[in-house]
Ligand binder design. Structure first.
Ligand code: BTN
Length: 307
């Protein structure tokens, strides 16, 4: 009942007569009062004045009921080790495609290449469980899609000039805004689940672990609703998943946003360093680098530094 109740209270903007709520929700007064008490116990402030209800305050917390149509697939935790751990557990227990683990804080947030991801209050930290019917070699498509969808969203919603850095960082001239981490589990040559974890510096002030990290709030001077950001991201991402299977389109969109092309780069992988001129990303998501001796190297994984 909570999603519909919130929707009605928000759409009325001001005071809503109790009779109207009872009619629209087709419930008893006891049921209505229970739902109000539940919401008020979670940081909302809904008050009754002259037989009219008003929503006067709401928390920016990604409770499942804030995602109409997704209530059963959003798993919200105030604090956890890492949403990657939660999502892996959910996936192993058989959760459906596009289940999401989201947390306010992570005590052991993980980044790529075994780095830590600082996860203070105010940021948005979530992991989606995907179950594409594709071979593991196609898994990289989804992280590229996620970075393109997120960059487009941040541009539109927050008016930030954000670009992508290979493979999947979201960066601005002032520093890194968001990072994406993926983990895949395969069985008999197919993807069993592919978990995509996204950390976005929204209303937090990133310090320490990430060099040159910025947040939406630092860039815009405004606070943004993490809940609205997640809701919109999931809707757009899901729509794109169902929309086109033309992955080259995703790569060409990524290239238009890319900060790591047509420049000197240094790629650090676990066992080698590749330095050269990055001039393309191929159909497998590999960075195509021309080395000093003129040969071409295609790099699949690693950390990219602009030199
Ligand atoms: C990177 O840029 O190195 C990737 C960072 C990914 C961070 C997100 S936050 C949500 C999810 N849970 C984690 O522990 N990591 C990812």
């Amino acid at each position: 009942m909570e999603p519909k109740l919130l929707q009605i209270l928000r759409s009325k903007g001001g005071n809503t007569p109790e009779q109207e709520l009872l009619k629209e929700l087709a419930c008893t007064r006891d049921m209505l009062l229970n739902a109000m008490a539940n919401l008020n116990g979670h940081g909302y402030k809904i008050i009754l004045e002259n037989q009219k209800w008003e929503l006067v305050q709401e928390p920016d917390t990604p409770f499942p009921w804030e995602f109409p149509g997704r209530q059963n697939t959003i798993h919200y935790l105030p604090v956890t080790t890492s949403t990657m751990d939660v999502a892996r557990q959910l996936a192993k227990e058989g959760c459906p495609h596009l289940a999401v683990a989201v947390a306010d804080r992570q005590t052991r947030g993980r980044g790529r290449m075994d780095r830590r991801w600082a996860s203070d209050h105010g940021g948005l930290y979530f992991t989606m469980v995907l179950r594409p019917d594709l071979p593991p070699s196609d898994g990289f498509r989804f992280t590229f899609l996620a970075s393109v969808v997120l960059a487009d969203l941040l541009k539109k919603l927050c008016r930030i000039d954000v670009g992508v850095k290979w493979p999947n960082d979201l960066i601005t001239g002032q520093g890194k805004l968001a990072g994406i981490l993926s983990e895949m589990h395969t069985t008999s040559g197919n993807i069993d689940f592919l978990n995509i974890g996204i950390g976005i510096n929204v209303n937090n002030t990133p310090t320490g672990l990430e060099t040159r990290a910025v947040s939406v709030k630092m860039l815009t001077g405004r606070k943004f609703s993490r809940t609205a950001l997640l809701r919109e991201f999931l809707d757009r991402f899901e729509k794109e998943l169902h929309g086109s299977n033309d992955f080259n389109d995703v790569i060409s969109r990524w290239k238009k946003l890319a900060h790591s092309l047509n420049r000197q780069v240094k790629i650090v992988t676990r066992n080698k360093i590749v330095e050269g001129f990055a001039h393309d990303v191929d159909e497998h998501g590999s960075l195509v680098v021309r080395l000093a001796d003129g040969t071409i190297s295609k790099v699949r994984h690693g950390d990219c530094f602009h030199v």
